[in-house]
Design a protein around this ligand. Structure first.
Ligand code: MG
Length: 278
């Protein structure tokens, strides 16, 4: 069953989304050479506390931190610790979340640590981020869930191939419904497979976290012995971008984007729904 939200509930999710955006801004600034991934978690904890928000990551299945910090070949679910010191040339995907009055926000981005990154890494992050926006732009009344998967996959497949061969669209993880819990039905694949059918119709009040994960090689992953850290099986580096989005009568509202998705959705000819918080 998909949880359909009222406009009032979407407004609460917008509040949570803006807290996540604040965590993004603060961790982005702190993700510099010499910082540990635990330092970034400390930054996130501070921002959550400042906003009176709760963490949906901390304690989730025993997860010990408020953000996931996934460096280089780590795809998702990297655990912040004091051993992992960021170095010039690393890339890091930071996944953050917040709960406000019981309503959840969840979003991720990839950042470049320091300078001098290979053009293929810059392009990897761009392609991953843009595929997320293509998916967000498919969050339209009348579409079905599969149209989002299709938009993400076809965006990635339309791009020039990287020197490493081709982009791997990670198969074992995907997007999800979000609302009164962080992870809810439906599961959203970042590619189309005949096995899955078309999925539910997108109606007002439908909320999703859309989150492509793309590597410079394989689509396959392993989980390390800590039972969390997800790495590419071939060691190629990967990128992860995510936003939470609500579909309303007036179009999509990107809950975790400061401008509600206005600027990027306009590139797709889509008008973002007005911000319920003004
Ligand atoms: Mg998520």
């Amino acid at each position: 069953m998909v949880e359909i939200k009222t406009p009032g509930q979407i407004a609460k999710m917008r509040e949570a989304g803006l807290v996540v955006a604040a965590v993004h801004a603060a961790t982005r600034e702190a993700a510099v050479p010499g910082a540990t991934t635990r330092d970034l978690d400390e930054v996130s904890r501070k921002v959550l506390a400042e906003h009176g928000a709760k963490s949906n990551f901390l304690g989730y299945g025993g997860f010990p931190a408020t953000i996931c910090t996934s460096v280089n070949e780590v795809v998702v679910h990297g655990i912040p610790d004091e051993k992992t010191v960021l170095k010039d040339g690393d890339i890091i995907s930071i996944d953050a979340g917040a709960i406000v009055d019981g309503w959840h926000g969840d979003a991720a981005y990839t950042a470049f640590v320091g300078t001098g990154h290979a053009p293929e890494l810059i392009e990897l992050s761009r392609v991953t981020e843009e595929s997320m926006w293509a998916g967000l732009a498919a969050m339209k009344l009348g579409n079905r869930l599969v149209d989002i998967s299709k938009a993400i996959e076809s965006y990635i497949r339309r791009q020039p191939r990287p020197a490493t061969g081709k982009y791997g669209i990670i198969e074992d993880y995907g997007g999800h419904g979000i609302g009164s819990e962080m992870h809810m039905d439906p599961h959203l694949l970042n590619y189309v497979t005949r096995k899955r059918g078309k999925g539910p119709k997108l109606v007002p009040g439908f909320c999703l976290a859309i989150e492509p994960m793309v590597s410079l090689g394989t689509a396959q992953t392993d989980v390390l012995e800590d039972n969390w850290t997800v790495v590419t099986t071939d060691g190629t580096w990967s990128s992860h971008w995510e936003h939470s989005v609500a579909l309303t009568e007036e179009g999509p509202l990107v809950l975790t984007a400061v401008d509600g998705g206005k600027a990027k959705l306009a590139e797709y000819g889509i008008t973002a729904a007005p911000d319920p918080l003004g």
